[in-house]
Design a protein around this ligand. Sequence first.
Ligand code: BEZ
Ligand code: FE
Length: 287
Amino acid sequence: MTKNFTEENLTEAVIERMADCPNERLRTVMESLIRHVHAFVREVELTEEEWFEGIRFLTATGQKCDDVRQEFILLSDVLGVSMLVDAVNHRFPAGATETTVFGPFFREGAPETPMWGDISGGQPGTPCYVSGTVSDTAGKPLANALIDVWHSDGKEGLYDVQVEGQPWYGRGRVRTDENGRYAFRTIQPVYYSIPADGPVGAMLGALRRHTWRPAHIHTMVQCEGHHPVTTHLFVNGDQYLEGDAVFGVKESLIVDFVPHEPGPAPDGGTSDVPFVTVNYDFALTPA
Ligand code: BEZ
Ligand code: FE
């Protein structure tokens, strides 16, 4: 075993040190990580100042994290790592609803709402009636599937968890009926900026990247015997569909929010203001 570590042999030396690790997967992941990090240092010929700036940045990223703020996940999101992890873990067959990022704003404990229940929490905005079906990839309707829904407000683009002292809004859980149908009512969310007041925001600024996400409704659909799907319904026509800061957009998830004049609404009531309707059918892969 060599003691004389050089630019040429250092990578293999570090990898050799892990030879006794009994956890094979950990060894595989760490070996690949070391090879790629070392290759990166060689490729860009990282200066000591740059190395220290990297350490400083990662330290600040950790220091920005608390119970409600996860700056490392945000970093992973804006570097496209979250979407890549999502892609390699959800290679569902054609016809299955596509997945996208989970994001940091989900909150446990949202109430279950009945058919056409209102999850807006009284927020101002354009009334939005969302309905459709949950089926399996063969088209069989799935009864009793559970859909968690969460989204930002309809004016500022903030989630309830981002507003201090704010009780919940824009969250609910809806279940499909015996025909696999679901329906709920809310307000149409608007586009918004990811949290930009931390080191990740500063990094994006230095890279001349914007911090916007196109308007969307988050959904997490689960049904016994099927792979759950975490995804979004993106508002067709949104100005940021092309440049989502976290690379979450997929064509199949862009949905028409169809505008209507005041009048009869799909829940059987009447809207005295203009409203939108959204129809989306989810397809789950049998487990
Ligand atoms: C979100 O859609 O809630 C989100 C996703 C990634 C980063 C920030 C926000
Ligand atoms: Fe979101």
